[in-house]
Design a protein around this ligand. Structure first.
Ligand code: AMP
Ligand code: MG
Length: 327
C-alpha cells in the first residue's frame, strides 16, 4: 500500500511517499523545503504560504521521482489538515485535494500532532508510551487511553519551541533558533536564576521568556544555558509526575525540540528514576515532514475509508485530544 503525505502546517512544505506492508512501514522518499523568515522576525503566515505555493510542484515531483512511483501508483493521499496556520494549511490541502479528485485516489485529512506521534512510534519501536510532544506548535504530554490521546500536561501560554525561537530572535537569529541556542548553551555552565513556573502539571513559559531577555547583558551564553536548564527542568518535572500517575513504562519524545541533547539527557535521568524505557525520535524526523502525515494516513486507512471531497477542509485549531483513534 502506497501513500503520498503532504505537510504544510507552518514553515515546512514537504511531500513523502511511504509504503506499508502489514504493520511495517518504509519511507521511500521525504522531500522538504523550509521557509526561513528574515533575521529577527517570526514566521509570517502569508509569506510562508507563498513559499509553499512556489515550491509545491518541485517538492512533489522530487518526492515521486525519489520513490520511483507515479501518481497513479498511489493507493491513498494524506495531508495535514491542522492544527497550523490557515494560509499554509490551505496550500497542502489544495495540492492533496487536486490530485485526489483528478486521479480518483482516496484522501485522508490527518492531525499534524498525531503524525509526529505515529511516525515516532514507527521509527523508535515504542509501543505504549507517554508522549512528550515538543515543537514549534505544541508542548503536550499525552497518553493513549480509551481510544483518544489524552492530555496529561501542556503549556498554558507559548510552546517550548516558541520560547526558544522568540528568545533566539531577540539575539538576532532567524527562526527556528533552537539549534543555535543549544550551541551557545554548551559554551558555559554558569547558571543565572530564572523564574520556574509549573502549575499543576502544566507549564508556563511567557514569564521565563521576558526574564531571559533581561539576562542578555550578562552574556548570550549564560542566558541560553540558564534558559535551557530552567525550561527543560520544568518539562522534566511535569514528565516525571505524568509517568508516576499514568504508570506508563515508556517515554517517547517527538517534535523539533526532541533534537536537543540536553533535554534528552535530563529526560533520560527521569526515566531511570521511574524505571521506564526512553525513546527519542531520530533527529532527521523530529521536525515537521511528509512522512509523519503519510504514515498516519496509512494507519487510518486500515479502519476508515477516505474522506468525501467536501470534508477535506483545514482546521487551524484541531486539538489532538478530539481525534478518535480507531486503528
Ligand atoms: P517542528 O515544529 O516540529 O518542526 O519543530 C521546530 C522547533 O524545533 C523550532 O522551535 C526549533 O527551534 C526547535 N528545534 C530544532 N532543533 C532544536 C534543538 N537542537 N534544540 C532545541 N530546539 C530545537
Ligand atoms: Mg510539528
Amino acid at each position: 500500500m502506497l501513500c503520498l503525505g503532504v505537510e504544510s502546517t507552518a514553515h515546512t512544505f514537504s511531500c513523502a511517499v511511504l509504503e506499508k506492508n502489514n504493520k511495517k512501514g518504509k519511507i521511500l522518499s521525504d522531500i522538504r523545503k523550509i521557509y526561513r523568515p528574515p533575521e529577527g522576525a517570526g514566521i509570517h503566515p502569508r509569506e510562508a504560504s507563498r513559499h509553499h505555493i512556489e515550491n509545491s510542484a518541485q517538492v512533489l515531483q522530487e518526492a515521486l521521482q525519489k520513490a520511483d512511483v507515479s501518481i497513479s501508483d498511489l493507493d491513498i493521499i494524506a495531508y495535514a489538515a491542522g492544527p497550523g496556520l490557515g494560509p499554509c494549511l490551505r496550500v497542502g490541502a489544495i495540492v492533496a485535494r487536486s490530485l485526489a479528485s483528478y486521479y480518483k485516489i482516496p484522501i485522508y485529512p490527518v492531525n499534524h500532532a498525531l503524525g509526529h506521534i505515529e511516525l515516532g512510534k514507527l521509527l523508535t519501536g515504542s509501543k505504549n508510551p507517554l508522549v512528550l510532544l515538543v515543537s514549534g506548535g505544541h508542548t503536550m504530554l499525552l497518553a493513549l487511553t480509551y481510544g483518544k490521546w489524552r492530555v496529561f500536561g501542556e503549556t498554558l501560554d507559548i510552546t517550548l519551541g516558541q520560547l526558544l525561537d522568540q528568545f533566539g530572535r531577540s539575539l538576532g537569529f532567524s527562526s527556528p533558533c533552537g539549534k543555535q541556542i543549544e550551541s551557545l548553551a554548551l559554551q558555559t555552565n554558569l547558571y543565572a536564576s530564572l523564574p520556574y513556573s509549573v502549575k499543576g502539571n502544566d507549564v508556563s513559559f511567557s514569564g521565563l521568556l521576558s526574564a531571559t531577555k533581561s539576562l542578555i547583558p550578562k552574556g548570550k551564553e549564560i542566558a541560553c544555558f540558564s534558559l535551557q536548564e530552567t525550561a527543560f527542568a520544568m518539562i522534566s518535572e511535569a514528565v516525571e509526575r505524568a509517568l508516576a500517575f499514568t504508570q506508563k513504562k515508556e517515554l517517547m519524545v517527538v517534535g523539533g525540540v526532541a533534537a536537543n541533547k540536553r533535554l534528552s539527557q535530563m529526560l533520560h535521568q527521569v526515566c531511570k528514576r521511574q524505571h521506564c524505557k526512553f525513546f527519542v525520535v531520530p533527529l532527521e524526523y523530529a521536525g515537521d515532514c511528509g512522512s509523519q502525515i503519510a504514515w498516519t494516513g496509512l494507519l487510518e486507512s486500515t479502519t476508515k475509508s477516505g474522506a468525501k471531497l467536501d470534508e477535506t477542509f483545514v482546521r487551524q485549531s484541531w486539538r489532538l485530544d478530539s481525534v478518535e483513534i480507531s486503528y
